[in-house]
Design a protein around this ligand. Structure first.
Ligand SMILES: *[C@@H]1O[C@H](CO)[C@@H](O)[C@H](O)[C@H]1NC(C)=O
Ligand SMILES: *[C@@H]1O[C@H](CO)[C@@H](O)[C@H](O)[C@H]1NC(C)=O
Ligand SMILES: *[C@@H]1O[C@H](CO)[C@@H](O)[C@H](O)[C@H]1NC(C)=O
Ligand SMILES: *[C@@H]1O[C@H](CO)[C@@H](O)[C@H](O)[C@H]1NC(C)=O
Ligand SMILES: *[C@@H]1O[C@H](CO)[C@@H](O)[C@H](O)[C@H]1NC(C)=O
Ligand SMILES: *[C@@H]1O[C@H](CO)[C@@H](O)[C@H](O)[C@H]1NC(C)=O
Ligand SMILES: *[C@@H]1O[C@H](CO)[C@@H](O)[C@H](O)[C@H]1NC(C)=O
Ligand SMILES: *[C@@H]1O[C@H](CO)[C@@H](O)[C@H](O)[C@H]1NC(C)=O
Ligand SMILES: *[C@@H]1O[C@H](CO)[C@@H](O)[C@H](O)[C@H]1NC(C)=O
Ligand SMILES: *[C@@H]1O[C@H](CO)[C@@H](O)[C@H](O)[C@H]1NC(C)=O
Ligand SMILES: *[C@@H]1O[C@H](CO)[C@@H](O)[C@H](O)[C@H]1NC(C)=O
Ligand SMILES: *[C@@H]1O[C@H](CO)[C@@H](O)[C@H](O)[C@H]1NC(C)=O
Length: 545
């Protein structure tokens, strides 16, 4: 986009004040082509109102005429005008066109052959509903520098002939339904700076050719079905700022010197692959890094220090086999207290052990997500956690954490999702929960909480999922529960709850699941439950009802 803007500026500049004095004649073909295009286009907002014969076509909305070839259309730009329909082949007659931008509309059908548009520099048809294949003939537009066909429904292979577009600087074909392999010939375009092919159905391996594209700044092929090793030459692209390889089937290890060979890297997303080996400590030297996603791979060993990555915002190392055997390392929290912009930290489902270090409270005040679930963490949760007041999403589930929770909980007023299930937490459920008014998901299941369910829970007006099952709770299910109007799932199984089921529970109209089995509930099943039209699962077994 930034590049696109730069080009547009250039063009406007170059074009000068084209509308005045010099242009009083024009090429009738261009006007007829445009009228033909208009006639075939649905225009519900009348965006093309000015496209009529009382206005010179060089002054029509979205049209810029050439300064060098007076009367010839150089740019047709109608982004986001709610236009739809099929594009007429007559656009192919605008032979002086340099910019064609019809992005963010509802155009559909096959891509028109634009093979006569030899002057075309920018082609942006992104975010429409184009179908069919990318025609070979497009590769005749040999002056193309930017091609954006992303967010359509294009299918079939990327034409091998795309290699003849050797002036390309940027190409974005993401979010289509393209299949086949990435043609190695793309590597022919030695000026290529951005190649975005993510979210398609591409297979095969990443061509080794790409290592030659030394100007490459952004390379994103995530969410395809690419396999094999990542060619080592990719890690040699020293200008690279974005490397997006996530959600493929890529294998192999990361090179040890990656931090030195990718000094400019900002976004590094390799999650959801089959990568293995250690996370190279040198990665902590790539000081521009803002986003690291290595999650869902088979990385082993320790997490390196990221204390030099002062711009780091997002770190996801979840779902691997990382360890914290050397207690000193975990204690230093990998230098992350230095990363004052960190908003997301996920180390879940690894093999971290020991206590959560006190330093956790010194993490960024911007931290909104902290996921440490599915490790072997033990001990009490340090009260310094109370300092992370921006936290929205806290997941400490499936560890062996113990102690009470009121010490750190009350000040986390922005919490929307709190998952503590599958630990050994003890004590009462603190009434201060009632102050966490943003909570939508609360799970305290499978712990050793005791005492009554605090009535203050009834104040959580956003709560949609409440899971308190498998604890030692006793006493009544308070009628306040019925005030949880957003509630969809209520789990209270396997505690020692007694008394009646609140009559008004049927007022929680969204309820889909109610599980209260294995308690000591008595009385009758409230008739109001019969009003719950969405109810899908009601389990009241093993009670005295
Ligand atoms: C375009 O519009 C401007 C101002 O509205 C006018 O001065 C100019 O003559 C028009 N150009 C043409 C080619 O009609
Ligand atoms: C108009 O454009 C057509 C097609 O490019 C060309 O054949 C014709 O010579 C042009 N006419 C003028 C007056 O420029
Ligand atoms: C555009 O060019 C085609 C041939 O390529 C021709 O048949 C058609 O009439 C032209 N359309 C306009 C509107 O000039
Ligand atoms: C032609 O375009 C002008 C400028 O937008 C507009 O004022 C006028 O109403 C249009 N005429 C017709 C017949 O649509
Ligand atoms: C490319 O353009 C040339 C010259 O206009 C034309 O002869 C050729 O058929 C075009 N090729 C394709 C594949 O459209
Ligand atoms: C590679 O680019 C050259 C021009 O630099 C061109 O002649 C050749 O056909 C292209 N190769 C492929 C496979 O497209
Ligand atoms: C993508 O292609 C597959 C198989 O050709 C098809 O089943 C699927 O519906 C397509 N998806 C879209 C979004 O077009
Ligand atoms: C990486 O670049 C260095 C220096 O330019 C070169 O010696 C090395 O062979 C390259 N490695 C790969 C895998 O391309
Ligand atoms: C990080 O960079 C420094 C300075 O260039 C270097 O001394 C150190 O060995 C590097 N660390 C790693 C792990 O590569
Ligand atoms: C934190 O950053 C400072 C420089 O701002 C640096 O001296 C220190 O070594 C860093 N801490 C870690 C653990 O890397
Ligand atoms: C929270 O941060 C403040 C200021 O940084 C500090 O004084 C206090 O000790 C911290 N609280 C905890 C519980 O760590
Ligand atoms: C249920 O109540 C009976 C007596 O009322 C008691 O014996 C039993 O232990 C209780 N069960 C639980 C799980 O609390």
């Amino acid at each position: 986009m930034v590049m696109l803007l730069a080009f547009l500026l250039l063009l406007y500049y170059g074009a000068g004040n084209i509308h005045c004095s010099r242009v009083n004649y024009g090429n009738i073909t261009d006007m007829l082509s445009l009228l033909d295009f208009k006639a075939a286009t649905n225009d519900p907002t009348d965006a093309l109102r000015s496209w009529n014969r009382s206005v010179h076509y060089c002054n029509w909305t979205g049209i810029i005429c050439s300064s060098f070839n007076p009367g010839r259309v150089a740019a047709l730009q109608l982004p986001g005008k709610s236009l739809s329909g099929e594009i007429t082949p007559s656009l192919g007659n605008l032979t002086f066109l340099k910019i064609l931008d019809l992005s963010s509309n509802g155009f559909s059908g096959q891509l028109t052959p634009l093979n006569q548009l030899h002057e075309l520099v920018i082609l942006d048809l992104s975010t429409n509903s184009f179908q069919g294949i990318i025609p070979d003939s497009l590769t005749n537009c040999s002056n193309l520098k930017l091609m954006d066909l992303s967010r359509n429904m294009l299918a079939g292979p990327i034409p091998t002939k795309i290699g003849s577009l050797y002036n390309l600087i940027g190409m974005d074909l993401s979010k289509n339904n393209l299949t086949g392999v990435i043609p190695p010939s793309i590597g022919n375009g030695t000026h290529l700076q951005t190649l975005v092919l993510q979210e398609n159905g591409l297979g095969g391996s990443i061509p080794d050719m790409f290592g030659k594209l030394s100007d490459m700044i952004g390379f994103s092929v995530g969410a395809n079905s690419l396999s094999g090793r990542i060619p080592p030459s990719v890690f040699n692209l020293t200008s690279l700022q974005t490397l997006g390889l996530y959600a493929n089937k890529l294998q192999g290890e990361l090179p040890l010197d990656i931090g030195a060979t990718l000094p400019e890297i900002i976004v590094f997303t390799l999650g959801q692959n089959m990568l293995q080996g250690h996370i190279p400590p040198s990665l902590g030297n790539a000081s521009g890094l803002q986003v690291i996603d290595l999650s869902s791979n088979n990385f082993v060993g320790e997490i390196p220090s990221f204390g030099k990555l002062l711009n780091l915002e997002y770190l996801n190392l979840g779902h691997s086999m990382l360890e914290s055997s050397e207690s000193q390392r975990w204690e230093s929290l990998y230098g992350l207290t230095n990363c004052s912009n960190l908003f997301m930290l996920s180390l879940d489902n690894n093999q971290l052990q020991g206590a959560i270090p006190d330093l956790v409270g010194k993490l960024s005040t911007h931290l909104t997500s902290l996921h440490l679930s599915g490790n072997n963490l033990s001990g009490i949760v340090p009260s310094s956690l109370a300092n992370l007041t921006s936290i929205i999403d806290l997941d400490l589930s499936n560890n062996s954490l113990t102690g009470t929770i009121e010490g750190w909980l009350g000040s986390l007023k922005k919490l929307q999702s709190l998952d503590l299930h599958g630990n050994n937490f003890v004590g009462f459920i603190p009434p201060s929960f009632g102050n966490l008014s943003e909570l939508t998901i609360l799970s305290l299941a499978q712990n050793e909480f005791k005492g009554h369910i605090p009535p203050t829970l009834g104040k959580l007006s956003q709560l949609s999922r409440l899971d308190l099952s498998y604890n030692n709770l006793q006493g009544d299910i308070r009628p306040e529960i019925s005030e949880l109007k957003q509630l969809i799932a209520l789990y209270l199984s396997s505690s020692r709850l007694s008394g009646k089921i609140p009559d008004d529970l049927g007022k929680c109209q969204g309820l889909v699941t109610i599980q209260m089995d294995h308690n000591n509930l008595t009385g009758v099943i409230p008739t109001s439950l019969g009003n719950l039209l969405s109810l899908d699962m009601l389990n009241l077994s093993y009670n005295d009802l």
